[in-house]
Design a protein around this ligand. Structure first.
Ligand code: BF8
Ligand code: SF4
Length: 667
């Protein structure tokens, strides 16, 4: 227990808009357990770091620059300007974010290759349709010609092995272009080529950022941003996209399914296991282990009724969209899940795992189990069970057994909040194709038709984290509800998706409650929620693919930057969000972040991100703290794009006939 007294505690209603979270913060306070919410009160952010102009890239610093009237042109010891310093810091965030996503992808590609070579029995090739679909993108043949000249389907494992080898090769590639960049609309891809920003290899671009931002290398903020683009595109259209593809092939492409969300999904009489982090490689095996009749029997032998497996953070999205397993909560709820006193094990892999869960777990009986050699914890009493793809199921069972053995050790009062919402999730871009187009003409044309006729005003991607410096979930929900009211359909991933789920926005019924008449009509006709859950943060690549499909379907311009679309990360905190933001901008999307963005100390650099990039990429950054203003700005951008497409001339509600559509296709 913490002995630090938090002096002034904020009203929990200001800390979070989620009732389960509020209740658990109160329990933590009563139990004397310190959480991130307390530290957000007592520890202020460094004011110079927050503006982006603190440099500690060599030991002559840290050099902390502030532009003042008296000193309008401050420079660091070496002469670095605020622009150089802020751009270098920004670039290092892109590098870390791209590295996190892409290293995740590398792990997936390695396991995929092991599965293709049948070196492991625990993983297989599930979605052969998707494998055949993507193989040509990697230059892999899906047919063979026999000696009589007959064209035959090629063996699936042979295709998988070649795809695995080529995909894995993308990380260490030195020259040329990452294959999947070509999936962008032609105009976008050609623009990237012209600007010389097509990523050469996934790792290379990250390493080059680290080199360029070393003391005394790249000291031109525009040139630094150019390298940010290469690395970020290597994430969104490379590492993340390949991760999503190969995960879908191994574990199944998500299609709409239902599941519960919020801390109320934990069950007092069951052994509760939470899988927390990002990589589905581990959680897929824990899913299998937790459903094993022998394990369930073992849980009963310890006095439990059964086993509840729930997810946290993006792992939650992965197991929800493929298995319908519940989500316990998003990023800011990780400590609070333990505070329920009902979590017998929290199993973590990589990313967004707060070190403090180890301290909180020490106050209850929860076992925190680290599983990845990249991510261990020195705080508290954690257990490390290393996960190996060659003995994956065995490792999974070992972990579940440990949780079961811990069930009789519950000591503190167990209090599980009642909140538990139902939600429909799993809108991969393939599923959207199917749902909006129907089996018949599976395509994005009906979506485009509805954008053209004005029922749908535009598309918004609202994604990203929670941030303890702002009210939990609040901005996500305000912005999304404003967008829906204005007939903007919302695509969501990550912790934003979970905020929506908890607030009941991920059900078809939400359309009638929250949408303007046009969007409500479309959602009700098709039977979809107005906010489409597209998965984890790595799955933001699905949003890119959806955008590319919308361009392909015709009638809305030739490039992503022509679309009436905008993106937002209202409560971002992770460096991954910066990489995501930058690949959206470089793909042509107006992208607005909330809370803060460390650029204010370098106004010229800031202007370049917020305005200069529009001339280059057609997309640009923005930062708006007020969620209503953020929604307004996104809608204004959508309207600007509608006007440029000539779609602002009233909303005739005419559905296009086949001839119109063919005209569009030909355009
Ligand atoms: O990758 S949204 S807090 S959990 S970084 Fe993390 Fe942010 Fe959540 Fe998933 Ni994404
Ligand atoms: Fe200071 Fe330059 Fe060193 Fe940065 S690189 S800490 S600005 S001397």
């Amino acid at each position: 227990m913490s002995d630090k007294k938090v002096k002034k505690q904020r009203d929990v209603k200001d800390v979070s808009v989620d009732a389960a979270t509020q209740q658990m913060i109160l329990k933590a306070r009563a139990d004397g357990v310190e959480t991130i919410f307390d530290r957000a009160e007592t520890m202020k952010a460094c004011p110079i770091g927050a503006t982006g102009t603190c440099c500690k890239n060599c030991s002559q610093g840290p050099c902390r620059l502030t532009i003042t009237e008296k000193n309008p042109n401050p420079i660091g010891l070496c002469g670095a300007t605020p622009e150089t310093i802020a751009a270098r810091n920004f670039a290092r965030m892109v590098a870390a974010g791209a590295a996190a996503h892409s290293d995740h992808g590398r792990g997936v590609a390695e396991t995929f290759l092991a599965a293709a070579r049948r070196e492991t029995e625990d993983y297989g090739i599930k979605d052969t349709v998707k494998l055949r679909e993507i193989a040509p993108d990697f230059g892999v043949d899906i047919t063979v010609t026999d000696k009589d000249g007959n064209v035959l389907d090629r063996d699936i494992y042979e295709i998988a092995e070649e795809v695995g080898v080529k995909a894995l090769g993308q990380w260490g590639q030195q020259n040329g272009e990452v294959y999947t960049a070509k999936r962008a609309p032609e105009a976008r891809y050609e623009l990237w080529r012209k600007l010389d920003v097509v990523p050469r290899g996934i790792d290379r671009e990250v390493v080059e950022i680290m080199h360029r931002t070393h003391m005394g290398v790249d000291q031109d903020y525009k040139n630094l941003v150019k390298q940010c683009t290469r690395a970020a595109l290597g994430d969104g259209w490379g590492g993340s996209m390949i991760a999503t593809d190969l995960q879908d092939i191994m574990f199944g492409t998500p299609y709409p399914t239902q599941g519960g969300i919020n801390l109320g999904c934990l069950e007092e009489g069951n052994v509760n296991v939470i899988v927390h982090g990002h990589e589905p490689l581990l959680s897929e095996m824990i899913v299998v282990a937790s459903q094993d009749p022998e394990m369930i029997e073992y849980a009963r032998s310890k006095g439990a009724k059964g086993i509840t497996l729930a997810g946290m953070c993006c792992t939650a999205n992965e197991i929800l969209q493929r298995h319908g397993l519940p989500i316990a909560g998003n990023y800011l709820q990780q400590e609070l899940a333990i505070v329920t006193g009902a979590v017998d094990a929290m199993v973590v892999d990589v990313q967004c795992i707060m070190e403090n869960i180890a301290n909180v777990a020490d106050c209850y009986h929860t076992k925190v189990i680290t599983t990845n050699p990249r991510a261990m914890m020195a705080s508290g009493n954690t257990t490390h069970i290393e996960f190996d793809e060659h003995s994956a199921l065995e490792d999974g069972k070992k972990i579940v057994k440990l949780a079961i053995d811990n069930y009789p050790n519950r000591k503190a009062e167990v209090l599980i909040p009642p909140q538990k919402e139902n939600q429909v999730v799993g809108f991969s871009y393939e599923a959207i194709n199917y749902h909006l187009g129907g089996t018949f003409r599976g395509s994005y044309v009906p979506l485009n038709d509805n954008i053209i006729n004005g029922r749908i005003r535009g598309i918004a991607g609202v994604v990203g984290c929670n941030n303890a410096r702002t009210s939990h979930d609040s901005s996500h929900l305000i912005i999304i509800k404003e967008l829906l009211k204005n007939d903007v359909i919302v695509l969501t991933t990550g912790c934003s998706a979970m905020a929506c789920g908890k607030a009941g926005l991920l059900t078809p019924e939400a359309a009638a409650v929250y949408c303007g008449p046009g969007l409500a009509e479309v959602c009700e006709t098709v039977g979809i929620p107005p906010v489409l859950h597209m998965g984890s943060c790595v799955d933001n690549s699905r949003i890119l693919m959806a955008a590319a499909e919308v361009v392909k379907a015709g009638g809305l311009g030739k490039d992503i930057s022509d679309l009436p679309a905008a993106g937002a990360a209202p409560e971002w905190m992770s460096e991954k969000a910066i990489s995501i933001g930058h690949y959206f901008v470089a793909s042509g999307v107006y992208t607005v972040f909330g809370v803060t963005l460390p650029v204010d100390g370098a106004p010229v650099f800031k202007d370049y991100l917020f305005e200069g990039l529009e001339d280059i990429y057609g997309g640009m950054w923005d930062m708006i703290e007020d969620p209503y203003e953020m929604a307004k700005s996104m809608i204004a951008h959508i309207d600007k794009k509608r006007a440029a497409l000539g779609l602002d001339k009233g909303k005739e509600r005419v559905l296009m006939d086949m001839a119109d559509r063919q005209k569009l296709d030909a355009a």
